[in-house]
Design a protein around this ligand. Sequence first.
Ligand code: FMN
Length: 169
Amino acid sequence: MEVFEAIRTVLATRNYRDTPLPQDIIRRIVEAGRLTASSRNGQPWHFIIVEDRATIKKLSEQTRSSPYVSQAVAAIVVAVDKSSTSGRGDAGRAVQSMVLTAWAEGVGSNWCGTQNQTEVRALLGIPEEFEIHAVVPLGYPTKPSHKGKKNRKPMSQVAHRGRFGQSFA
Ligand SMILES: Cc1cc2nc3c(=O)[nH]c(=O)nc-3n(C[C@H](O)[C@H](O)[C@H](O)COP(=O)(O)O)c2cc1C
């Protein structure tokens, strides 16, 4: 899938089929995260790939605003070095790389926050010096989110030509 087409069509996926994901697709998604650029090439991230259903279920108990994580066939937990001043921005880009790469393979995903850093660290053996940045559940969608429609502000509300307030559209 062409890059712009992936950006144009990707939606947060919150329902997943039980169908397992091929290992080469999971690897490609993680590779997209690993290859992402970061400030000063610091690469302050770690990606924990979880495929064990019981562990995914426990993980979903720590993503309370995103209970559907329990349906995912895999999840990638992104942990970031707390000492990195650019860690959150860097990790955000890595998540987006993975979300888009997954989408281009027909795999739905989303960015999920966790309310309980300590529990997730303990569950996955992540050292204290890392913050849990996001949980990215993965799976083939059961149906298109929002009936396949993206809801964004129009160009006229967010883009300006030359000077704030001048029409770009
Ligand atoms: C930084 C960030 C944090 C998010 N956190 C959550 C979350 O905790 N739970 C969730 O279900 N969706 C989460 N989302 C998904 C957004 O709610 C979703 O992308 C947005 O509503 C737009 O919907 P769309 O991507 O389907 O167009 C998050 C997205 C981003 C970029």
